[in-house]
Design a protein around this ligand. Structure first.
Ligand code: SAM
Length: 301
């Protein structure tokens, strides 16, 4: 019989398992939105948090956190998500400016880029996530009468299975340029599944396409188990990220893309903190130490 306890990674929806991490990122984006020096604006984020019983007592503004920015979860870690959102917004907007009109969000969670970014009107955004997560998201957006700025196509699918035919059946055209984001996703998947996903993105993309993804480079994720970030996330909101991450060996996806002819660049989040003058900086015993943001482009001939 399936284990459906809230902490089990396989629980569908946003009430537990990996789906609850979508709400963690939404809460972080809500907090970021209300900052005076906000890096990204997402006015929908707090509505998701308020609609989910699992996070009834989570903050949506830094002023609601007793220790404010000193709180490792709602201070530094939330700011990390705010920075990541901004950096990937910029990547997406640049890619759409140059070429792509199709956007694919892998593990879309409660991402609202279809509603909040100034994208060309002929853009289409495909949002892939598990059915329960997308159903919750739709319920909240419908309740808000939210209208996307561009065509939005939810694609309910488990990325551990076969998902590419669902994407193409719903209108994705592999012969036209596309831009893909895997934001906060790959480390939840087994290594071979990540490799298969990267192969699939390569197969479904034409020259001029782009992909950005987040990876964790540390050899032993458990090395940072006692870091302030993981401890606060576990103890304050009951999300044990290290239990949700896949603990097997990781593939070198940036290297694999380079071997397939993509150009790649790899950055630490701290590179962007310095660029924007806001965001997390390195600290001792740092859960973010191994995090990298990879930007890949499939060159035109
Ligand atoms: N990309 C979104 C963002 O940054 O706001 C969500 C990030 S959240 C940390 C991880 C997301 O990946 C969740 O929405 C979860 O449901 C999704 N996810 C994890 N494993 C998945 C799988 N096997 N198939 C589809 N989605 C998955």
């Amino acid at each position: 019989m399936a284990d459906t306890t809230p902490q089990h990674p396989d629980v569908d929806g946003v009430d537990g398992g990996v789906g609850l991490t979508a709400l963690l990122v939404a809460a972080a984006r809500a907090i970021e939105t209300h900052r005076h020096d906000s890096l990204a604006q997402d006015t929908y984020a707090e509505h998701f948090v308020r609609a989910a019983p699992a996070c009834a007592d989570w903050p949506v503004r830094i002023e609601q956190v007793p220790d404010g920015d000193d709180n490792p979860l709602w201070g530094r870690f939330a700011r990390y998500f705010g920075l990541r959102t901004r950096v990937l917004d910029d990547f997406l907007l640049r890619s759409v400016d140059t070429n792509a009109r199709q956007v694919v969000l892998l593990g879309a969670g409660l991402d609202t880029r279809a509603f909040r970014l100034a994208l060309p009107s002929d853009c289409v955004i495909f949002e892939i996530d598990r059915p329960g997560v997308l159903a919750f998201k739709q319920r909240v957006l419908t309740g808000l009468s939210a209208a996307p700025k561009v065509k939005r196509v939810p694609v309910p699918a488990d990325l551990r299975g076969e998902w590419s035919s669902a994407l193409t059946t719903l209108g994705f055209d592999p012969t036209a340029p596309s831009v893909w984001l895997a934001e906060g996703l790959l480390f939840y998947l087994p290594g071979p599944t990540e490799s298969h996903l990267i192969d699939t993105v390569d197969r479904l993309t034409t020259a001029g396409s782009a992909l950005a993804f987040e990876a964790k480079m540390e050899k032993d994720l458990q090395a940072y188990r006692d870091s302030a970030t993981y401890t606060a996330t576990r103890e304050e909101i009951g999300i044990d990220l290290l239990r949700l991450f896949d603990n097997g060996p990781r593939p070198d996806s940036a290297g694999d893309l380079a071997a397939k002819g993509w150009s790649t660049s790899i950055h630490t989040p701290f590179d962007f903190t310095r660029r924007h003058g806001r965001g997390p900086l390195p600290e001792p015993n740092d859960a973010l130490e191994g995090n990298r943001w990879v930007f890949a482009h499939k060159p035109c001939p």
